[in-house]
Design a binder for this molecule. Structure first.
Ligand code: GLU
Length: 502
């Protein structure tokens, strides 16, 4: 073990967000690569917005992704672990009060009695004068008598941390390089405790990072402008200043910051679509980082081996769903038959519950289909679209879809009837994809048709859709009786249509 200690510190105010998962992953990979320690800390002080359900969603999502921490809160049956707990901020309240009292005693912080109305009025004045909005420091140097007078009025003070004026706070960010921010841009002295004594975000982060001996703060770029505040707090608390690495934002395809309004950001929604964790982790790792080679498909072990924080890009990482699906498809191909069958099962259950199939296939029924299915699944949930027609009693079929573009209904009836006869004859001897194909190709040649036209008509007749696994494999999977029955029904429907057409 090295003394590298990193953390992910999510707030349970929403479901696990893709960006949080990416940040957690980069911390995890960095810790595993360097032999450091990865810590999970729940920042649950926003009690109005934090819920247990979100907490569970985050914890379960991390588990699903295979991101395991060395220190962190209790999850399910697993007890809390680590020597720097508790790992949820609501259980650390005493440490924030203690730290604030220390800063007050050292005059690094002071009590501020300004009311919200007064602060609001000041803000409006500053805005009208086109000045930066910042606390004007009215309570920064109160005398004992002035303080007593405010107390007598019944005002409840907040605690503010003194931010020095006009000082450049500089740090070397592992991702972004040299960063300098002037303290004048920080909004003036910082509230660290509300008037009810509850602590605010910047303060709890710094107090906890110091107490948990965090050596590297790796987080999203949206926190870059907060870092000078944290550095000043570390200094005031007498704690060493960690190294920082700010990860590039994840962007929508239009290069705006990824948000749930424009994109699907909840990790659970990707899980529900049938992205598999191996692929999702693989994809997340490449959002802002690459191995510098052509390698794209990487296991967790390979990611750990290759991960290099200093190679993370500065530029925003555009979320590319097509690439995610491609990587997912690659990972699905690598699964063993048993593994894939087990992972597909819940998706068949979804199809059944939604009434899109009439029964669940057995493991063996799925197994024989894998050769034509496995390489065609961009997501596990696509299995219904791909082969659901095999597990329905009465196929819903749009007769208009059966008639190929170059044909009319009457020709289609002729084509399907001839094909039906050949399929019935050949199939009786051997129900086999190769055996079925040859006579149908001969039929097409004899009649001067295009194979694509006849085969599309058969495809739609027996599956109800235009895109399926290879036609002859599909018929074999469907079985002799059902294939013929579906062809008969299609011929009947079309025949009726052809004779009633004007
Ligand atoms: N709770 C903060 C967040 O979810 C943590 C920020 C940090 O990593 O310092 O954004």
């Amino acid at each position: 073990m090295t003394d590298i200690r990193v953390r992910i510190a999510p707030s349970p105010t929403g479901p696990l967000h893709l960006g949080t998962a990416r940040t957690a992953l980069f911390n995890f990979l960095f810790a595993r690569h360097t032999g450091g320690t990865f810590i999970f800390r729940l920042e649950d002080t926003d009690q109005a917005r934090s819920t247990e359900a979100y907490e569970l969603d985050i914890l379960n999502g991390m588990h699903w992704l295979g991101i395991r921490w060395d220190e962190g809160p209790a999850v399910g049956d697993e007890p809390e672990r680590g020597d720097h707990g508790p790992y949820r901020q609501m259980a650390r309240m005493a440490s924030y009060t203690e730290a604030a009292n220390r800063l007050l005693a050292e005059d690094k912080a002071y009590r501020c009695y300004c009311s919200p109305e007064e602060l609001e009025a000041e803000r409006k004045l500053q805005e009208a004068a086109h000045q930066n909005v910042r606390y004007n420091g009215r309570c920064a140097k109160l005398t004992g008598a002035e303080r007593a007078a405010f107390e007598a009025e019944g005002r409840k003070p907040v605690v503010r941390f003194r931010i020095p004026a006009s000082r450049a706070i500089a740090f070397d960010d592992i991702v972004r390089g040299h960063v300098e921010i002037d303290t004048n841009a920080l909004g003036g002295d910082l509230v660290i405790l509300r008037s009810d004594g509850t602590p605010l975000y910047h303060f709890t982060v710094a107090v906890d990072d110091a107490a948990m001996k965090i050596s590297h703060v790796i987080r999203g770029e949206d926190h870059l402008s907060n870092t000078p505040k944290h550095i000043l707090l570390f200094e005031a608390l007498g704690a060493p200043i960690p190294q920082f690495g700010h990860l590039p934002l994840i962007l929508n395809p239009d290069r705006t910051k990824m948000s749930k309004r424009k994109s699907q950001t909840a990790v659970d929604a990707y899980k529900a679509e049938g992205f598999i964790p191996e692929a999702f982790v693989n994809y997340l790792a490449l959002l802002g980082w690459s191995t510098g080679t052509e390698e794209e498909i990487l296991s967790q072990a390979e990611l750990i081996e290759r991960f290099d924080l200093s190679k993370v890009n500065r530029a925003g990482a555009v979320f590319d769903r097509e690439r995610l699906e491609w990587i997912n498809g690659q990972w699905i191909r690598r699964l063993s038959a048993d593994d894939l069958i087990a992972r597909l099962r819940p998706f068949f259950e979804v199809e059944l519950a939604a009434g899109r199939i009439d029964w669940l296939p057995t493991d063996d029924e799925i197994r024989v289909l894998l050769p034509v299915v496995q390489e065609r699944l961009p997501r596990l949930s696509a299995v219904g679209e791909l082969i659901g027609f095999l597990f329905v009693r009465d196929l819903e079929m749009d007769p208009a879809l059966i008639v190929p573009k170059r044909w009319d209904a009457a020709t289609t009836v002729v084509g399907l009837t001839a094909a039906r006869q050949l399929i019935a004859e050949t199939g009786k001897a051997a129900w086999d994809a190769h055996q079925l194909e040859a006579p149908l190709r001969r039929l097409v040649e004899d009649r001067g048709w295009k194979a694509g036209d006849l085969f599309m008509a058969i495809r739609v007749a027996v599956t109800g859709r235009t895109a399926t696994p290879p036609l002859f494999d599909t018929m074999v999977a469907l079985g002799y009786e059902r294939t013929l029955a579906r062809l008969d029904r299609a011929i009947e429907k079309l025949g009726a249509q052809a004779t009633t057409a004007p």
